[in-house]
Design a protein around this ligand. Structure first.
Ligand code: G6P
Length: 372
């Protein structure tokens, strides 16, 4: 009913709007005043976390994309090697697991069968499994050694939005916590990240307040067949998530690529007026990466692409090559997906509406896939 949707036309719109609160709720009580992580629910002994020599993340769909982003944070902040794998692939390739493997199973519903089968397999091999889950008492947390709940609240729309942002928050917290337990030096970068997390809900709110041009752009592209998404570093999984949203909701051909791979194939797809969304990394601190993506934008634009550029406020280098510029607040590099994903959700939702699709219940899809 309209009341359940809180005055919004669709649950998805309501859930997109709830993201600042979902993010804040997931942080609540988990970082103390001095910046220390207090994740009491991670009931895996510190000795086990210290001894872990590998992290393996398993998940499906949007949760898999959260896992891809988590890998950058875990490896950078803890220096523990981290693999991320689709649960449906992981189980059947006889993966190498042992008592020093920490498996993180990410699932909004806690009922996805592929993820459940993968975690059962991991535990049989002696690995410890930590669930990141949004649904209290669901099967995946019940069968795991510990659970870090995301506090997104119920997510009704099939296409995941607020659950994804809270999965990212939970993974950042876990990465910081692993670092803390293992004695990673609390450098300036980590202090900056903890400070930024405290205000990230407000940054997401600011993004939401500036989405009208994104909706107008989506409506103008409703007749297109294909949209491509490019990113580098954590912007790459964001590109994959942007493309997934468009497939799920707009039923359009959408692909996400690592921008560095352009020259190995995808650039052959570029033709006159093809919309290409580019997620641009922070210009600060990682200028090499930033310069490279600016030249990627130039390359595709020279071949006729219509460039839709998502870039931080103050990033002037991209302006000459952006047919459409979507601004996001500046954040520490690893946290950027918390703000860069939001315009892509809005974009996909508006395209679905413009194409007359059912936003909350896309054809052929289920909220939770409980068969293998
Ligand atoms: C389905 C949903 C997706 C979700 C995926 C994984 O495909 O439509 O939105 O990302 O399952 O679900 P989970 O509940 O395990 O996060």
């Amino acid at each position: 009913s309209a009341a359940e949707k809180g005055g919004y036309d669709y649950f998805m719109l309501k859930e997109i709007a709830e993201q600042p609160k979902a993010v804040a709720d997931t942080l609540l009580g988990r970082i103390d005043g001095s910046g220390r992580l207090t994740l009491d629910e991670v009931r895996i002994p510190d000795a086990v976390l210290r001894a872990a020599d590998k992290v393996v993340i398993i998940a499906c769909g949007t949760a898999f994309h959260a896992g891809l982003i988590a890998k950058y944070a875990i490896e950078h902040w803890t220096r523990i090697p981290c693999e991320v794998e689709l649960a449906s692939e992981f189980r059947y390739r006889d993966p190498i697991l042992g008592q020093k493997t920490l498996v993180i199973a990410i699932s909004q519903s806690g009922e996805t069968m592929d993820t459940l089968m993968a975690l059962r397999h991991a535990r049989e091999q002696g690995a410890k499994v930590l669930a990141v889950c949004n649904t209290n008492g669901s099967t995946i947390p019940r069968e795991s050694d510990a659970v870090l709940y995301t506090h997104a609240g119920p997510e009704v729309a099939v296409a995941s939005t607020k659950a994804f942002l809270t999965q990212l928050v939970a993974c950042y917290l876990l990465a910081l916590y692993l670092g803390q337990v293992r004695g990673t030096k609390w450098g300036d970068e980590i202090h900056a990240v903890v400070r930024e997390l405290a205000r990230i809900g407000d940054e997401v709110e600011r993004v939401l307040e500036t989405m009208e041009p994104v909706r107008a752009l989506a409506r103008s592209l409703a007749h297109k067949d294909t949209v491509l998404f490019l990113g580098r570093h954590v912007g790459y999984p964001v590109a994959l998530e942007g493309a997934l949203k468009l497939k799920e909701l707009a039923y359009m051909h959408a692909e996400g690529f690592a921008a560095g791979e352009l020259k190995h194939g995808p650039i052959a797809l570029i033709e006159e007026d093809l919309p290409v969304v580019v997620v641009v990394p922070s210009p600060k601190g990682r200028s090499v990466l930033h310069d490279k993506i600016v030249s990627n934008i130039q390359e595709i634009r020279a071949r006729g692409a219509r460039t839709i550029v998502i870039a931080e406020e103050g990033d002037e280098a991209v302006v000459p090559y952006a047919d459409h510029l979507i601004r996001i607040p500046a954040t520490p590099t690893l946290l950027q997906p918390l703000v860069s994903t939001v315009p892509l959700q809005v974009f996909a939702c508006e395209l679905a509406t413009a194409r007359g699709n059912e936003v909350d219940q896309p054809r052929n899809l289920a909220k939770s896939v409980t068969v293998e």
